[in-house]
Ligand binder design. Structure first.
Ligand SMILES: [Zn+2]
Length: 130
């Protein structure tokens, strides 16, 4: 479970870390353009070639997280809140503790925030009428 928590954190931070690394490489390459042009060229080539490794690493980490999430969900524990209870629904799993939804492959489904205020205002209107 600790490994799953670490993996969830790494997968959430991974895009920002990758973007930060490429941004830092851009700044270094920009400085090298005026001082050491071969370094700038090397950084550009290394940046383009490393894109595949970064993308494959992201996919591998997400796949490993899905495997651990499925294992935790089968044991009745929610990967998001580490408690539960987790109930099996038609399209995957749903945590009754934190209302997180998971696909059958272990991917956590993201709730569309744009639908939330509409629902809340309808509830408020129903309460005010009643
Ligand atoms: Zn939960």
């Amino acid at each position: 479970m600790l490994l799953l928590r670490i993996l969830r954190f790494v997968n959430r931070a991974y895009p920002f870390i990758a973007f930060g690394a490429y941004g830092f490489a851009f700044v270094v390459a920009f400085i090298c353009m005026f001082t050491f042009p071969l370094g700038a060229l090397t950084l550009v080539v290394a940046g383009v070639l490393s894109l595949a490794v970064v993308a494959l690493g992201s996919d591998a980490l997400k796949g490993f997280e899905r495997v651990l999430s499925r294992r935790a969900l089968r044991r009745g524990r929610c990967p998001a809140c580490r408690m539960g209870p987790v109930q099996s629904v038609a399209e995957g799993w749903s945590c009754r503790g934190c209302a997180a939804n998971f696909d059958a492959d272990g991917t956590q489904r993201v709730v569309d925030v744009a639908d939330e205020p509409e629902q809340a205002s309808e509830d408020a209107a129903a309460v005010s009428v009643a």
